[in-house]
Write a protein that binds this ligand. Structure first.
Ligand code: C2E
Ligand code: MG
Ligand code: MG
Ligand code: MG
Length: 278
């Protein structure tokens, strides 16, 4: 299986490489420079427990500011880094940085830190060993760490993926399914996986107040997720109206600009000191 996967990835890189535009090539080399000089940054965005109004966790989000001071959106550089394979070192950096920050976050009352993972990272043969090594090197309490994976990661290479998920669970690491609803897996499939949380994609939340079909879908996802024992986080919550609806639906957690935008570690700590979130 490893051989087959390796070949697929090779094909992926080489076909991507052929189709890379001039500006992508420049971006790739600038991003490589950022990786080499460790000048990437992590921002953190609070996730709120809707029952208590308190902080449930924070999500780590990669930020890249170039030497000229201009920043590039993750929506642009993450897909590029996935196509070039640069997500491997960049993702390893973000995991390690988050685990380094976990100690100070914990001191300030943050219960858990979620880190995003790309398929390329998760499907590497030594992924689990890499996680273990980072946890040991940074002396991270495993129950402080949560990983966010997309549905598509779990659709491919299923038996191996399930094995890795089980090993993570045995370590006490939480796993959340990110951007739920945009892929093709259903809840009946997810219920067979050792995951504990589902994040409803912003696509369903964006027009929640206006769209009765989004209301029906969101309510349905929340109810079914709860029935199979998954916690639910609504992503991209921007209005009080959305919060009211989500509470009405029994949604457990919410994250979005309505509460606060992602921010640098020092800003988050200041924010936590001046609010009663923790
Ligand atoms: P995601 O994991 O789904 O992260 C949530 C995204 O929604 C973040 O975008 C966040 O800034 C944005 N967001 C949060 N609340 C709101 C809101 O109320 N309204 C709107 N419009 N947006 C909101 P961001 O930081 O640009 O990241 C985009 C994506 O890049 C992430 O989506 C994730 O898939 C990926 N990414 C970010 N950091 C990492 C990383 O360290 N490793 C990997 N593999 N992927 C990452
Ligand atoms: Mg995420
Ligand atoms: Mg998401
Ligand atoms: Mg998303």
């Amino acid at each position: 299986r490893a051989k087959q996967q390796g070949r697929n990835h090779y094909q992926f890189f080489s076909s991507q490489r052929k189709s890379m535009s001039q500006s992508d090539i420049i971006l790739r080399s600038q991003f490589q420079h950022a990786i080499d000089t460790e000048s990437l940054q992590l921002y953190y965005q609070p996730i709120i427990d809707l029952t208590t109004g308190k902080l449930a966790s924070v999500e780590a989000l990669m930020r890249w500011t170039r030497e000229d001071g201009s920043s590039v959106s993750p929506a642009e550089f993450i897909p590029l880094a996935e196509a070039t394979g640069q997500i491997i070192p960049a993702g390893a950096w973000s995991l390690k940085q988050a685990c380094t920050d976990i100690h100070i976050l914990q001191q300030h009352g943050v219960p858990r830190v979620a880190v995003n993972l790309s398929a390329l990272q998760f499907h590497r043969a030594n992924f689990f060993e890499q996680i273990e090594r980072i946890l040991v090197d940074t002396n991270t309490p495993t129950n402080m760490l949560e990983l966010e994976l997309t549905e598509s990661i779990l659709m491919e290479n299923t038996s191996n993926a399930i094995q890795v998920l089980e090993r993570l669970r045995n370590l006490g690491i939480g796993v959340a399914i990110d951007d739920f609803g945009t892929g093709f897996s259903g809840l009946s499939y997810l219920k067979t996986l050792p995951v504990s949380k589902l994040k409803v994609d912003r696509a369903f939340i964006k027009e929640l107040s206006e769209s009765s079909s989004d209301q029906v879908i969101t309510q349905g996802i929340i109810n079914m997720a709860h029935q199979v024992g998954l916690e639910v986080v609504a992503e991209g919550v921007e209005t009080g109206e959305q919060v009211q609806l989500l509470k009405q639906y029994g949604c457990g957690f919410a994250q979005g600009f309505y509460y606060v935008r992602p921010m640098a570690l020092a800003d988050l700590i200041m924010y936590l000191k001046t609010t009663d979130l923790v």
